[in-house]
Design a protein around this ligand. Sequence first.
Ligand SMILES: Cc1cc2nc3c(=O)[nH]c(=O)nc-3n(C[C@H](O)[C@H](O)[C@H](O)COP(=O)(O)OP(=O)(O)OC[C@H]3O[C@@H](n4cnc5c(N)ncnc54)[C@H](O)[C@@H]3O)c2cc1C
Ligand code: SF4
Ligand code: SF4
Length: 1009
Amino acid sequence: MSERLRPGLERRLKSEVTGDVWFDRFTRGRYATDASHYQIMPLGVVAPRSIAEADRVLAVARAEGVPVTARGGGTSQCGQTINTSLIVDCSKHINSLISLDVAARRCVVEPGIVLDELNRQLKPHGLWFPVDISTASRATLGGMVGNNSCGARSLRYGNTRENVMSVDAILADGARAHFGTVSPDLSDVAQDSPLYPMAAALVAIGARERDEIEARFPKVQRRVGGYNLDSFVPGRNALNLAHILIGSEGTLGFTTQIELKLSPLLGRRAVAACHFGSFNAAMDAAQHLVTLGPIAVELVDATMIGLARDIAMFRPTLEQFVRGEPEAILLVEFGEDDQEENLRRLKRLRDMIGDLGFGWDRSGVHWGGVVEVLDPALQAAITEVRTQGLNVMMSMKEQGKPISFVEDCAVPLEHLADYTARLTQVFEKHGTRGTWYAHASVGCLHVRPLLNLRLEKDVKAMRAIAEEAFAMVREYKGSHSGEHGDGIVRSEFNAPMFGPRLAGAFEEVKDTFDPNGRFNPGKIVRAPKFDDRSLLRYPPGYHAEPIATHLDWSAWTGAGAGFQGAVEMCNNNGACRSLVGGVMCPSYRATRDERDVTRGRANTLRLAITGQLGPDALASDAMVETMSLCVSCKACRRECPTGVDMARMKIEVQAARIARHGLSLRDRLVGYLPRYAPYAAKAAWLLNLRDRLPGVARLSEALTGFSASRPLPKWRSDVFEDDKTSWLGSSRPSTSFAEHNVDARHKAGHDAGEVVLFADTFNRYFERENLDAALAVLNAAGYRVHVARAPQRDARPLCCGRTFLSVGLVAEARAEAERTLAALAPYLARSVPVVGLEPSCILGFRDEIPALLKTEAAAQLAASSFLFEEFLMREHDAGRLSLPFKSATGRVLLHGHCHQKSFGAFTSVQRALGLVPGLAVETVESSCCGMAGAFGYGAGTIDVSRAMGELSLLPAVRKADPATTIVADGTSCRQQIFDGSEREALHVARVLAAHLASDDAGTPATRGH
Ligand SMILES: Cc1cc2nc3c(=O)[nH]c(=O)nc-3n(C[C@H](O)[C@H](O)[C@H](O)COP(=O)(O)OP(=O)(O)OC[C@H]3O[C@@H](n4cnc5c(N)ncnc54)[C@H](O)[C@@H]3O)c2cc1C
Ligand code: SF4
Ligand code: SF4
């Protein structure tokens, strides 16, 4: 495929719009997939800055005869948002709340606004858009309208269709039209308006096909397949013309604005976890439970419970609401305005479960009962487990994956038990299995059989299963497309499901609206075969060339000793596009560019290693750009539902780049910092002139790439030296307590045991106060502290290898790791815990070092190393910590380092600060600070670095009153805070040291207290 497909089109677009216009292979590759298993390279991608610009894009496309596919978050599961057309990304710029009428409970939005973002703006007014889909954190309203999306509480609120008042759209000929409520005889639609011929055609089709629609349209609420012709059957008081666009998957027009019906926020709710000893019994019970008027009935089956129990994040929640070993749980939610009424319904539910023959004291299929959940926090935690259901399944590392194609069939509730039992048999017949979850209340259960679509036999099995499943659904008068839409997966089956007559009517609708097939062709009508292997993400011939990798990828399969499998874990679900909550992905939050999100990077890597981006793509400039804003925060490692660890992948990319093109001066200066730091400290005054003498910073920017507009960290000559701390403990490994100098508490007989303090490069050379404070605290608690040092007395200080890894110098990082391990070996041999201050170094002991060195010693270090505050809390929890603090009256504003959050270590800082009586601790809801080691110093990245800091951290710090102590454990975070707010932030060790009750603890005074 040539690099530039339509130079004329690209030129015109670039001259007519100010938004992004991309025709390069890398960007097109990033828009070639959605959350389905297909891949189609688009012609190009445009992200217009406004609706007016979108209009111009469509005009150019029309003039050039090019089809257009609108795109929101790209989270469609059926391939509806990928095509060979020009992709128009609405999510980047066209994403505002245009107007809000609180009294009328209405609002008007642009199509690219994300549902969670909209609801965040509505919340202060007591309102929300109640179509609560699982992808609310990244799905756009334009996409929800496109797919007629359905939330877990659709029983109460209906689907998107029931919650949209009107839609404005640009039509195929460029005319604009408002699709809203009109009288059935169209007397209120001007005959010369662009809308009239379409409205008239819809009314005519509705009248003509009334009987067929009555006979063939499924009667279930969850029917999103085909066009909504049922809205145009005569006999209604009013017609809403918007219904034809809702669920039309961008095939009839381009949505420019949407008027939404809003609902009051839900108040207190009552949730019941109904346990069943048999899956079939649960399915059968659903039809009875809905008669009590719940707002949702959601299924979690035994497999899902088992998988979730294995995930540390979910285990505590499961422990609180799962009793025994149920085969299935139905989560029944009551959400009436009056909580007393909810409680009454809960009681009736308990009685009903008993009447249906279930009891805790019974066995087998009759075992079961109700666990009531009234605590809102636990309710929210359960919702989190439930909405992560799919992601829990997708975390499987095998090549066979749960595949979505029959996953949202909906059947009338009385057939649910029968249908699920028969479909399970179909799976078994084809040698596979599936896990069930989701919306039992509306007969729409998600199930994905495990298949490996690289294999022809599994693609054949996919067709066979689909045909058998859809035949069954037809038999039950259900819907083959109950939530996720048609796309490529279901469109082919619209004719057999709705019958040839209605399939013809669908084509008539398409031809009336879009006679030249310019809007998202091949969806809903005239679709390709859903098992056309050339459309699959893994088509025949898909393979990766051998790749030289440096880290351990053995948990996965494929080229690069498993690297390929790790990269392919991204299933495009888009969780990394969340804009608030969690930490992933900070660079995307700053730029909103698909290139700068974990998904974009993973897709680029997959295409590169499989030769789809041309030769040498892994080491290319475009790949460097793709990775350039990844700050290696490791948030994806924890928060990506399938565990895509981009920070680790980036190391391989950088190593490939160095192997091909060598090392830049900037990367050399960053990587080798621990090697030259001892000399730099001796010439501190000279090096610090860079930020003192006019013009030197500019010169250094030109030479090194470090931005002149940010001062570099100040070198100092009074660095932390291992030997000079001997009053606190030995600088040499030792087994004997008698060899140590001890403080007063030791003399008094309090020996809390030994620890090794690992003095990292950053704290050692730039902020020794932190190490001094940590020593003071550990010492006050009675620990015998060894400061880790290289075995030879004259050797340079130890280093974890972090700086080398950050620029891709893997061999050097490995050498540092080996040196550190050798120095720590005597301590590890006798199980002395290793304690350190800098999160990126200490957590590297748990993450990168075992990935670099597959040795027992590395595993031992991973298990025995702790952040300072983790160690304190471990000791505290074991009842071993004796640390007297004086009372405080102050307030602390705490920012967590990304790696602390990624490794679940952040709560330890909060808890450690809580040891000081009276200290009020508030946490900033922040993602990455934006500094991320050398990232914030780069001339090319400083603007994004600052933008990341401004997302939430820096405004929160500036808002804090001057007496508030700012706490941040990461060196980079402290630098970003100081540069962005002129407030000094402290490591937690200094705050604890400053509050030690004992005056002879000897810590230097902390500023800011
Ligand atoms: C893990 C996971 C869970 C999911 N859970 C749910 C769920 O609970 N309920 C549910 O209903 N769906 C669910 N989905 C499917 C999907 O998230 C929703 O359909 C979502 O609403 C799509 O929004 P989007 O912004 O990603 O749209 P996209 O995928 O980008 O687009 C969807 C369709 O809308 C069209 N479109 C977008 N913008 C416009 C526009 N301006 N004009 C015209 N057409 C436009 C596109 O062309 C496309 O056909 C899930 C998907 C995943 C991966
Ligand atoms: S990187 Fe992870 S979170 Fe992002 S789309 Fe891929 S699988 Fe989802
Ligand atoms: S490491 Fe951080 S910045 Fe990089 S992809 Fe993951 S979440 Fe995004």
